[in-house]
Design a protein. Structure first.
Length: 316
């Protein structure tokens, strides 16, 4: 479990860049929630005519400290977006002055049984993840690319949420820390896997044992983040530029790439089997055919929705 008590307050300002780019359509997760009061929100934008989603942690007055409602909201958001075959990308951000300062112990400890239930693994899930692990890992399983935009505090569970994304663009003044060490705990929201994936086992041990706080530039240096920008607005712009670049690739190829590298820690036999399986699907996909045609003709590809088979697609 993450380890930051986030009772400190900040100005409840809304992320200016996200507000600038967001469309008028905003879907809030959770029962009877509105865009203003939902702990997690989804808004939609278009980049070059393709739809992306912006998932925002929406508890700015508490540095987006995680509550049980936020965990459930993240779980619901990931499930909703996973079903959207037309979705081409996701930006994952935090409202206000911070990305996420970790678990809000003051909130979650009010209902200890909720923690017990959330900590129990799901026997029906193939990976056996519990709720804490699932809200971070599901972004890896999402077929579309996910980019986390990090600013302000990124502590404990916030680090693990960011590591669930495919890429992380961090503002220079962001502060990163695997803060569980302060509380005598370990990162248990899939962090044992994602930390080692991104920084290697030695750095993962060092960060987890020390809990050292890193700047945005230092986070890039050790491998926690992909790149750094001067400001939060620049980070949002860079995330959108990256998604625009990725839209030049087949959405099926992007999904297969994510799936393939999720198998990287398995045995060579399992990894090679995953390679064969994903490549076979791509060879039968309409988007792979369109990518080949566009490459040969040196024209921009006109991709269709993810998961369309070549033998069943309408030709344009």
């Amino acid at each position: 479990m993450t380890s930051r008590d986030t009772d400190a307050t900040t100005d409840a300002t809304t992320d200016a860049a996200a507000r600038e780019h967001a469309t008028a359509t905003t879907a809030a997760t959770g029962p009877a929630a509105t865009a203003a009061d939902a702990p997690v929100t989804i808004s939609y934008e278009e980049i070059d005519g393709a739809r992306i989603a912006v998932v925002s942690l929406n508890r700015p007055a508490k540095l987006n400290g995680l509550t049980m409602a936020m965990l459930r909201g993240l779980d619901d958001a990931a499930a909703t977006l996973r079903r959207d075959r037309d979705l081409r990308g996701v930006i994952f951000a935090g409202a206000g002055n911070s990305f996420c300062a970790g678990l809000d112990f003051g909130s979650v400890l009010k209902k200890p049984m909720d923690i017990v239930k959330a900590f129990a693994p799901n026997p029906l899930a193939g990976d056996g993840a519990n709720l804490f692990q699932r809200v971070c890992w599901e972004w890896r399983r999402l077929p579309a690319p996910v980019i986390a935009v990090v600013h302000g505090h990124c502590y404990g569970g916030g680090v693990q949420l960011a590591l669930g994304a495919d890429f992380r663009v961090t503002a220079a003044d962001a502060r990163w820390s695997v803060l569980e060490a302060k509380w005598g705990l370990i990162p248990d929201m899939s962090g044992a896997r994602t930390l080692a994936d991104h920084v290697g086992a030695e750095q993962a041990r060092w960060l987890t044992m020390t809990g050292r706080e890193l700047s945005g530039a230092e986070a890039v240096e050790v491998g926690l983040a992909t790149e750094t920008t001067e400001s939060l607005d620049d980070a949002h712009s860079r995330a959108r530029e990256t998604l625009r670049e990725l839209m030049g690739r087949s959405p099926d190829q992007l999904a297969a790439t994510k799936s393939l590298f999720n198998h990287a820690w398995r045995s060579p036999r399992a990894t090679f089997r995953a390679e064969r399986f994903e490549q076979a699907k791509l060879l039968l996909s309409e988007n792979a055919a369109r990518a080949r045609t566009a490459a040969m003709k040196k024209t921009p590809p006109n991709f269709v929705r993810r998961g369309t088979w070549a033998f069943g697609a309408k030709k344009k």
